[in-house]
Design a protein around this ligand. Structure first.
Ligand SMILES: Cc1cc2nc3c(=O)[nH]c(=O)nc-3n(C[C@H](O)[C@H](O)[C@H](O)COP(=O)(O)OP(=O)(O)OC[C@H]3O[C@@H](n4cnc5c(N)ncnc54)[C@H](O)[C@@H]3O)c2cc1C
Length: 488
């Protein structure tokens, strides 16, 4: 009797540096590569529309790569445990392998599955493909998780040279006969074709991920420390959706850096590796504080006086990129058209939503969840709570990003704003980030009528900042359960 195994692909859609795949291929005569579409298992964080678009093409790419090696991807849909049990019965598999995920719903589900399979006498084995360090391996002197990034990274970063990728399995075991759905059957693509911008911008898949990483190292890594803050340039790697879906892993990125500079600790790469550290920190936090996907880490913020009137209109204007604040609108339009937004601009639009509009961060996080191709529960939660001031190592509550100053500093020629808000393109640099301040003659010369071609600001920036600060004053004195920097 041949040994038969199931390799359950999840957010590790690659063949290299995939320890579960390597182990399954090493231990067994036949391996069934299985992807299970199980959105009900992931509620309330089933993938949003942009993520589903990405997934559709990624599954096709993974299937192609497997076929090139004489195997293929078997796709199924339904509750994951039931699907695995059906496939076990169908193929006679006795072992099931996967790589771990760390969000609360998936962890609970996976634990249930592991116990159920083992109770059936099967081998159920999980590995780490997603992170450099798993969340439970990094704890402070008192055995507690970290809440401050610098302390977390001081503990995590030594020895990164040892985080090396595992190889692609040398020989691919044939898959046992099994029926399969096609990715088209999963209904991942939008019914109304709003995805042209996504198709233009992205090519999902592991080969595309590796090409993008190499291109970034060749063209932008040396200047990353400065370039990463300029949304009008290509100063960052755009690897986030690939890292989210596991089409490239952080160990592979480190290996590329080591190959280029001789060491992962090269000063030229330090700023970039530190950002990979924020990704690790995000997973650390979500693992240890799973409630933060919906609730603030700093419990005082549960009492924050969010705006109560006119909220639907303000939220819609923010979502649609018509707040009248150019940098915010440019960011929201970039998001809508490409499924991605530059990090600097993510901070600005998030600060504007939570502080100037005083709308709850959860509303912004939900919109990002649906529209980002890199929507990631850990990174999104950290990003929103950090900006709102209620998360780990958060921006101090009194730091309200001024979108005009941010624009003048990081998009001084208005390259980014002109790209996404073409109706403002004729304005001189001086007014590109605040058209309302331009004299009438300048507006006329730019062919711009405020209120007709472009909206006036939806809130007064100075006054709304003061209102936000007044809101913080009301919760400042209440019991503090978060922000416990001393423990970290
Ligand atoms: C409000 C808000 C929401 C965010 N939501 C997400 C999200 O859903 N998914 C997501 O991947 N990132 C999120 N981020 C973090 C960051 O904006 C993106 O990771 C980054 O813009 C992706 O572009 P890049 O790949 O070019 O990044 P690079 O600058 O090239 O960085 C390399 C990699 O490091 C990781 N990284 C960089 N910055 C961060 C960070 N601050 N937190 C966590 N990981 C980071 C990403 O995996 C990224 O691909 C959010 C940030 C904010 C402020």
């Amino acid at each position: 009797m041949p040994n038969i195994a199931i390799l359950w692909f999840r957010r590790d859609l690659r063949l290299t540096d995939n320890p579960a795949l390597l182990q399954a291929m090493a231990d067994n005569d036949q391996v069934l590569p299985l992807y299970i579409h199980a959105p009900a298992d992931e509620i309330p964080w089933a993938p949003g529309a942009a993520s589903r678009w990405w997934l559709h093409w990624s599954l096709q790419d993974l299937d192609r790569s497997l076929r090139e090696r004489g195997s293929r991807l078997v796709i199924d849909a339904g509750e994951a445990l039931a699907v695995i049990q059906r496939r076990v019965a169908q193929t006679g598999a006795t072992r099931v392998y996967w790589n771990r995920l760390y969000d609360p719903a998936t962890r609970a589900r996976d634990t249930r599955i592991k116990l159920a399979l083992r109770a059936q006498g099967l081998v159920a084995e999980s590995h780490n493909a997603l992170l450099l360090r798993e969340p439970w391996t990094i704890l402070n002197a008192t055995g507690d998780p970290y809440k401050v990034y610098s302390a977390f990274w001081r503990k995590s970063s030594p020895g990164l040279a040892g985080c090396t990728p595992v190889p692609t399995p040398p020989g691919f075991r044939p898959a046992p006969a099994a029926d399969s759905l096609r990715s088209e059957n999963l209904g991942l693509l939008p019914r109304i074709a709003w995805d042209q911008g996504l198709r233009k911008r992205w090519q999902p898949g592991a080969d595309a991920a590796m090409n993008r990483a190499i291109r970034f190292l060749d063209s932008a890594l040396d200047a990353y420390a400065q370039g990463r803050d300029l949304p009008g340039t290509t100063g960052t790697s755009s690897l986030s959706p690939y890292l989210h879906f596991g089409e490239i892993g952080p160990r592979q990125v480190l290996a590329l850096i080591a190959a280029r500079y001789g060491t992962v600790e090269a000063p030229a790469a330090e700023a970039y590796v530190r950002e990979l550290g924020w990704r690790e920190f995000a997973h650390h936090l979500l693992y240890h504080f799973p409630h933060t996907a919906t609730d603030p880490l700093d419990p005082r913020f549960a009492r924050y006086p969010w705006r109560t009137e006119g909220t639907a209109e303000l939220l819609a204007a923010w979502q649609q990129g018509r707040t009248g604040i150019p940098l915010v609108d440019a960011g929201m339009r970039e998001l809508w058209h490409t499924g991605w937004m530059h990090n600097r601009v993510r901070m600005v639009v998030a600060s504007f939503l939570t502080k100037n509009l005083r709308l709850p961060w959860q509303a912004g996080a939900a919109w990002f969840w649906d529209t980002l191709v890199d929507a990631d529960l850990a990174a999104n939660t950290l990003g929103w709570q950090w900006t709102a001031g209620c998360g780990a190592d958060a921006a101090p509550y009194f730091r309200v990003f001024n979108p005009v100053r941010q624009g003048e500093r990081f998009d001084p020629q208005g390259t980014y704003v002109r790209r996404w808000c073409p109706e403002l393109a004729g304005l001189p640099d001086k007014f590109i980030h605040q058209p309302w301040a331009a004299p009438a003659a300048t507006l006329r010369a730019a062919g711009l009528t405020l209120g007709a071609d472009y909206p006036p600001p939806s809130v007064d920036l100075a006054r709304s900042r003061l209102e936000a600060l007044a809101g913080f004053e009301t919760i400042k004195g209440s019991t503090d359960g978060g922000q416990d920097a001393a423990r970290s």
